[in-house]
Structures are given as C-alpha cells and as structure tokens.
Design a protein around this ligand. Structure first.
Ligand code: NAP
Length: 514
C-alpha cells in the first residue's frame, strides 16, 4: 500500500482513521500516495488555529508578517525540484505547465512579502479619511480595517495545487489570519508537501497553517461567524457551499471562484496575417493547450470578424496540429495529461455536447500519444470547434469543457461581438486583440462590468503582455455572474476579504491616536 499522507491540524500531524483515497499518476495509472481525514476533530482543530495561530499572527505587524512570507518563499525555493516531480507524477503536466502552478505560487508569495514591507509596522489598516458627522468638526467617523479573528478555510480545485494554495494563503497570512487549506483530493499531494515543508521549517507560529486532505465531510460545520471561506471549484459545489448553514445562518464570509466561459475577441478592421490576427491565433492556441486546458481562465470562445473566420480556423488548426501530446517525462511532449480518468470522461462528454451545435475544425482525438498507453493515460489532443451561427449555439456559451477545447465563432459587427461575449454571463477574463487604441479602450470599458479582467493585446505589447490566462497578483482575479462573483488578488485589495471594516466614531483626538 502507498504512503498515507498525514494532515496538519491543531499544530500536529494527524493521520485520518480511514483506509484513504489513492492519488493516481494520470499517465501511468499507478498509485502514488493516499489521503484521508476521516474521524478527525475539525472543530477542535479550527479552534486551535483561531486561538493560537490567529493570536500569534495578529501580534505581528504587516512588515513582520511580510517577513514570514519572505521566509516561506525561501523554503519553497529550496524544495522546488521535489514539487516539479510531484506535479509530473500527480498532475501529469509538462515542465512549463508545472511552472505556471509552482513558480506562479512562489512569485505570488514574494509579491505579498514585499507588500507587507510597504504596509509597515502597523497592525490595522485605515480606510479613507475621517469625515465630520455634524456641524461640530470635533466628532468624526474614521473607517478602519482589522484582521478577522477567525480562520480562513481555503477549499481548492484540482488544477492549481500550488498556486491555488498560496494566492489565497499569502494575503490571509499577511492580514494576520490563520489558514486551513483543503486541497482537491485528486492532486492534494503537492499542497500537502508544501505545507509540510513550511511547517517543518518552523517559519510560522503554531496553528498559522494547517492542511486537511481527503473527504470534505464536516468541514463547513466547523466554521464560526468570524471565519472566512474562500472556495475555488465548480459552480455545482459552489451552490452547495452557498446553501450551507455556516453561510446562511452563521454569516461566514464567502468568496467563490467558479467556472467561466472566457473569451478572446479580434476587433473589426484587422486583416488575415496582420499583427493583431497573429497575436490572437498564438494566444488562443496557447491557452487551449497550457495545462491541457485545465485552467479556469483558459480561452473557451474565440470571436473573429465573419470575413476572417476561415483564415482564423486554418491558422489555429496549423498551430494545434503541431502540439505533441503524451507522457510529460518525454522532452518532445508539449501537452501532458488531464488530471484523472473522470476528468477525461467529463471532457469527452463535453465534446459530445458541443458537437451537437458546432462543427469540428480540429479533432484532438486524431493526435497520437507519445510514450503513453491510450488505454491508461488520461491524455487527449486539443479540439477546435467552429460555430458559424453563434446566436443559435447555446452550448458554446454555457458549457465549460475543462480541457483543451475552444470554439471559434464569427461575428457581424462590434455590437454583435459584444452581445455574443455577454452570452457567457460574466467571466474571469476576456482578451481583446487589435491595433486601434481608441477602439480597444472602448471595448475594454464595454466588457469590464462583466469580466474580472480585460486583457488587451495590441502589437506594441506583443512581447510585454503577461498572457490572457496568467493571473498576476497585482491584478484582480475573479469574475461576476457565472464566474462566481468573487474577487481575489489585485495587490492590497486582497487583504480586505480577511479584514473587518468598522467605523470608529469619536473625537478627533481619539481618532488621531488610532
Ligand atoms: P469541485 O469538484 O467543485 O471541487 C472543488 C473543491 O471542493 C475540492 O477541494 C473538493 O474536494 C471540494 N468539495 C467538493 N464537494 C464539497 C462539499 N460538499 N463541501 C465542501 N467542499 C467540497 O471542482 P474541481 O473539479 O476540483 O475543479 C474544477 C472546476 O474549478 C472547474 O469548473 C474550474 O472552472 C473551476 N476553477 C475555477 C477557478 C477560478 O479561479 N475561478 C480556478 C480553478 C478552477 P474533493 O476534491 O475532495 O471532492
């Protein structure tokens, strides 16, 4: 039997009492490790985090907590090679794709470490200026933000076991709030190992960082009113979470990052083979294949002017055909596996659904697998659909196929393009491609109400832009509507979720002493 990974709860390593769920190599089909959390006292563990981890973190200033994050960066960098090995084995990703998760995580912690330094020696944040409440200027109101005295429970999706942990944990710890992370079972190993390395290095106070792996039973029952819950995953699980008594009765603050039908739009006025056209094709093909399309921000819909539809289809087809798929241990492979057999089945079901309303422009099933047994490996080539009548193709706008899949859709004019984009009902990111700054700016503002991020690619930033799907800690991550309505990152904005806002009404002398 494989190793049973322990959980870190109440400042101790604790094995679950059940047999455990095996984690599997999605390329070789071999069992790697097991995870289990059955029979553990989660209420006691959360109480320990609040009482010990929370108190110890709140006693520190933002600068000191930033220094803890800087120490975490060093620990993670020391063990980076081991993380790559785990990612290859458990997520089936090629090195470049593992980097998005692992190095993206380390970069994000580093960003919040530096932010801690700029926030300085304070233990609370001031929100805006003091304002007079009446005629007499002596009595005023000052809003302040203080760290919530609860735990931050992070429930994460399988696709980012490293970044998913740290993009949430870094702002939480910097805010002075202890973290309990529950990784998705399929890829929990990397999250557990990172927590283990940081705990073993002794850089954080006891109770500041905990990990619970395996079944989620009872997790939300352990939440109390001042706890916060940050969830990333499917819209279906999000619905279960939103209706739990922790949220409906105990007012636990929740942030939801759910699935999203992100898009790329080539603006009118561009030509086949022009710079903007080429940038769109390159980015769309890249987004389809990075992490085998298992990115919440991946481009799912590609909108181009009607006259450029055939040329765009051809250019995308040519790029996708060059994608080598298979065992990530083989250097010639550019795209590894989906995370599990059930994800492969789910992608196949999604492909069948899209095929009822769209034509296949490039068929992923035709890609031979390199160094991998098709009977065992959860690998599939990239598939491009085309929907010549985007107005009638409902599935294209409402079905997230969480794999290397996108649909090309032609539009008549700008208004039609924007209307089609809006059929996605809110998403994490839309990217715009064009060479007219005024037209790009106008489209960006048109879409910003319904997209957490609008990524604009013009020829002048061809080499400088950070990528449609790459989430940078400086920018907001999250989106309205079906994307879950959440907000994460965005530099210092991320800290608000882990703080409570309060208005202190007092004499100016008292406010000056805050
Ligand atoms: P999922 O099945 O919803 O699972 C997400 C997490 O919720 C896992 O840790 C899961 O644990 C846990 N969970 C399941 N049922 C639960 C319950 N009743 N109570 C509490 N926790 C529960 O999603 P997934 O398949 O891992 O991830 C894929 C989805 O995530 C995609 O739709 C993708 O778009 C979305 N996603 C969104 C973002 C974003 O930032 N917006 C980022 C990444 C992924 P188990 O694994 O143990 O079941």
């Amino acid at each position: 039997m494989s190793e049973l990974l322990p959980n870190h709860l109440a400042g101790q390593w604790q094995a679950g009492h059940g047999a455990g769920t095996p984690l599997v190599d999605p390329v070789l089909g071999t069992e790697l490790v097991r995870v289990d959390a059955a029979g553990l006292d989660l209420s006691a563990a959360f109480a320990h985090s609040r009482d010990h981890g929370g108190a110890a973190l709140r006693a520190l200033s933002y600068r000191e907590r930033g220094q803890l994050l800087a120490a975490i960066v060093q620990v993670l960098q020391r063990h980076r090679d081991a993380y790559y090995e785990i990612a290859t084995a458990n997520s089936g990703t090629v090195k470049n794709d593992s980097a998005v998760d692992i190095d993206g995580a380390i970069y994000t912690v580093g960003h919040y470490a530096r932010l801690g330094d700029t926030l300085g020696d304070r233990r609370h944040l001031v929100d805006g200026d003091a304002v007079r409440l009446g005629k007499d200027p002596l009595f005023q109101s000052q809003h302040v933000l203080t760290p919530t005295r609860g735990v931050a429970l992070l429930i994460n999706a399988f696709n980012f076991p490293a970044w998913g942990l740290w993009e949430k944990a870094a702002p939480a710890l910097l805010s002075g709030v202890p973290v309990v992370v529950k990784p998705a079972t399929a890829t929990a190993w990397l999250t557990q190992r990172m927590v283990k390395d940081v705990v073993d290095a002794g850089v954080l106070p006891a109770g500041a960082l905990s990990v619970v792996c395996g079944r989620s039973d009872g997790l939300l029952d352990a939440l109390q009113p001042f706890d916060v819950l940050s969830f990333t995953g499917s819209a279906q699980t999000a619905q279960t979470i939103r209706s739990h008594a922790a949220v409906t009765q105990r007012s636990v603050r929740v942030n939801i990052e759910a699935d999203s039908l992100n898009c790329a739009v080539l603006l009118p006025g561009e030509v086949t083979g022009g710079e903007a056209f080429d940038l769109l094709v390159k980015e769309a093909a890249r987004e389809m294949t990075v992490k085998s399309g298992q990115k919440c921000t991946a481009i799912r819909r590609i909108f181009v002017p009607q006259a450029l539809y055939d040329a765009a289809a051809e250019a995308l087809r040519a790029r996708l055909a060059r994608t080598t798929v298979g065992n990530p241990r083989n250097d010639s492979v550019r795209m590894g596996a989906l995370v599990s057999r059930s994800q492969l089945e789910s992608v196949r079901e999604g492909l069948a659904q899209l095929a009822t309303q769209a034509e296949v422009l490039h068929d992923g099933a035709g890609h031979p697998l390199v160094d991998a047994d098709p009977q065992i490996a959860c690998c599939i080539g990239p598939t491009l659909f085309g929907a010549r009548n985007g107005d009638r193709a409902d599935r294209v706008h409402d079905t997230e196929v969480f794999g290397p899949v996108a649909t090309l859709v032609p539009y008549r004019d700008s208004a039609h393009a924007l209307a089609l984009v809006r059929r996605g009902q809110g998403s994490l990111v839309a990217s715009l491609y064009g060479s007219d700054p005024a037209a790009l700016a106008a489209a960006a503002l048109e879409l910003s109400d319904s997209h957490g991020r609008v990524h604009v690619v013009s020829p002048d930033v061809a080499a400088a832009h950070t990528g449609h799907g790459n989430v940078m800690p400086q920018s907001l991550h999250g989106g309205p509507g079906r994307a879950g309505g959440g907000e994460e990152l965005g530099g210092a904005r991320a800290l608000t979720f882990y703080h409570r806002r309060s208005a202190v009404q007092a004499s100016t002398a008292v406010l000056a002493a805050l």
